[in-house]
Design a protein around this ligand. Sequence first.
Ligand code: BES
Ligand code: ZN
Length: 449
Amino acid sequence: MLDKVLSTLKADHDAALAELFEFMKFQSVSADPAHGGDVRRCAEWLAALLTRDGFTASVEETGGHPAVVARWQKAPDAPTVLVYGHYDVQPALMEDGWTTDPFEPQLNEGRICGRGASDDKGQLFCHIAGLRAHLRAVGKLPVNVIMLFEGEEESGSDNLEGYLVAKRSELACDAVIASDTAQYTGGRAALTYGLRGLTYLEVTLTGPNRDLHSGTLGGVIANPATALARMVGLLVDESGRVNVPGFYDDVTPLEQWERDAWAKLDYDEAALAAELGVTDLFGEPGYTAVERMWARPTLDVNGIWSGYTGEGAKTVIPAVAGAKLSCRLVPDQEPDKIAELVERRLRLSCPPGLKMEVKHLHGAKPVLLPSEGKFVDCAKAAVGAAWGEDPVFIREGGSIPVIETFVRVLDAPVVLMGFGRPDDRIHGPDERFHLEDFHRGMEASARFW
Ligand code: BES
Ligand code: ZN
């Protein structure tokens, strides 16, 4: 039976790629209100595709961008698995440095290129293809399936928790599977058992009621740009450790078994530096790069602005300065608590005469997931067969806010089966997904069921 499913899947490769291209053409950028219509049209397209493929699908209102839910629940006595993915994408403009139009997907040198190729349209499509191969080959699925594809992951999944709580009983399941992570370096099969969390702040410093001449008035008031640079600079020390009182209080230290296991992964730090085009890696002392990426918290400036940045010189004291800051969090740090601590530290160093405003943008809790159990075993076998090698168990530095909500609200084990690669350039220009990974991902999905 599996042979028949896999040969049906293979015969579907080209059609699946063409449909993925259609899917990627929607500019479903959740962060930008101007793309609200595109997000909704993408959801409608996805629901129509899933209906055609034999699922009971609908576009579901969440209060924000809609989610798509599709079901096939005709296997009494078999477990129910919820498949999670997101059809929204990060913004992408040609001027960000794309070589081809981000929303005109194409195949270049064995890679699917375009926004969402890997994060997460290509990966979620692997499950659609893997599931429908069963329906097409044998007319049924071996398990019950609920697909939940959301439209707000890239902007923090603000409305999904409310939806999950309201629909808890309709979404009851024995396990959740999500493919929105990556393989280990170099295309090595991996399952992910930990994600970092996130807390995101925007700080604005306002000084005089207008930009001033820096000669006539320089020296009599605090300069918002100078102050902000200093305040932000103080948040991380020269060694790379976060310098916010209380920041590390709730950090669960790395376990020795993890450090040993990760050391065996033999991560090539020099290769990473070379790939990133830097002469040296840098970060908190006492930890390897992998440990810092997967299991240590950070504080980063994501953007900073003030004053004159055009050609030549303009002698001005800017009226306003602003910065976007975010922290990646590890168990058991709490996003709200960390945001408070950072805000307090900033306030302490804000000079007199400046007004400081802080907005708390989104947060996500860190998670650690089981690395054993029935569903993990299935994922291990499925990925192992599709990749031709046993997967390694890794953690990831990125965040998927709803994963922690699944654990808490649905009380189900979550398996993260990532088909992307660390160098897929997600969120950046020229995002891509290897065609080979698309094929292997579809196969792993089909085998998992
Ligand atoms: N797919 C990523 C998360 C990810 C990235 C997992 C790399 C593993 C490796 C996800 O779509 C994402 O980008 N999440 C955001 C969440 C945020 C906007 C709340 C992130 O991590 O920045
Ligand atoms: Zn993303």
